[in-house]
Ligand binder design. Structure first.
Ligand code: PGA
Length: 251
């Protein structure tokens, strides 16, 4: 089974609508044809201008988060319907910054996952351990909880619309990456877990991205590993010069 590589750029709280449009134009012109699935996830307000520029290109536009509620009195929140109206089909959920800075729990993230899927969207569900969890021998326990709680109630037939992003928290924005071997073994563990929760077929087709200081110079080593099917890129997704070689890791 060949899983199509999936590289996503998480812009986090960077790029105004004007900057995002200029960046998207540059990326579109530089990328040309690619066998890799490419997605950029701008901040909410930057999504429309980026979508406008990328109309007709193969680069997809996703969101970094969404509300767990459908509509109504939820000041400051953005709904699935609003994203879909813009043409956004994919949403990143459970990013470690949402978990650690904004207190999002597995249960809360699971509500968002179920809502996004019921709205027909695709999900990139982020999971990953902190340094103290890893050093305390908790890696597998943390991943087991985050995967099984995050996917609770998700039907096997909907798993084709789920990507998992394994992002060890200690590697995010720190310049420290997991070694390709350590990352691959975490990915293999996650895939085996999904096989247990669902079945071998679902696990075999599941795209598992690695995230945490992915750069041009380590992308190939990471993405060459058997269980690493893509990357969720933060810092290096903010420059075309840095992002393009990651997308083109196999060229
Ligand atoms: P980073 O961020 O590439 O800057 O480490 C990755 C992420 O948080 O998704």
């Amino acid at each position: 089974m060949m899983r199509k590589p999936f590289i996503a750029g998480n812009w986090k709280m960077n790029m105004t609508p004007t900057e995002g449009a200029a960046f998207a134009k540059k990326l579109r012109d530089a990328l040309g044809q690619s066998d890799v699935r490419v997605l950029v996830a701008p901040p909410f307000v930057t999504i429309p201008s980026v979508i406008e520029v990328l109309r007709g290109s193969s680069i997809e536009v996703g969101a970094q988060n969404m509300s767990d509620q459908k509509s109504g009195a939820h000041t400051g929140e953005v709904s699935a319907a609003m994203l879909k109206d813009l043409g956004v089909k994919t949403v990143i959920l459970g990013h470690s910054e949402r978990r650690s800075i904004y207190g999002e729990s597995d249960h809360f993230i699971n509500d968002k996952v179920l809502l996004a899927l019921s709205e027909g969207m695709e999900v990139i569900l982020c999971i990953g351990e902190t340094l103290s969890e890893r050093e305390g021998g908790q890696l597998e326990a943390v991943l087991t909880t985050q995967v099984s709680e995050g996917l609770k109630g998700v039907a096997a037939e909907d798993m084709g619309r789920v990507t998992l992003a394994y992002e060890p928290v200690w590697a995010i924005g720190t310049g420290k990456t997991a070694t390709p071997e350590d990352a691959d073994s975490a990915h293999a563990f996650i895939r085996a877990l999904v096989a247990k929760l669902y079945n071998e077929g679902v696990a075999e087709e599941l795209i598992i991205q690695y995230g945490g200081s992915v750069k041009a110079d380590n992308a190939k080593a990471l993405l060459s590993k058997e269980h690493i099917d893509g990357a969720l890129v933060g810092g290096a997704s903010l420059s075309v010069e840095q992002f393009l070689p990651i997308v083109n890791f196999d060229k």
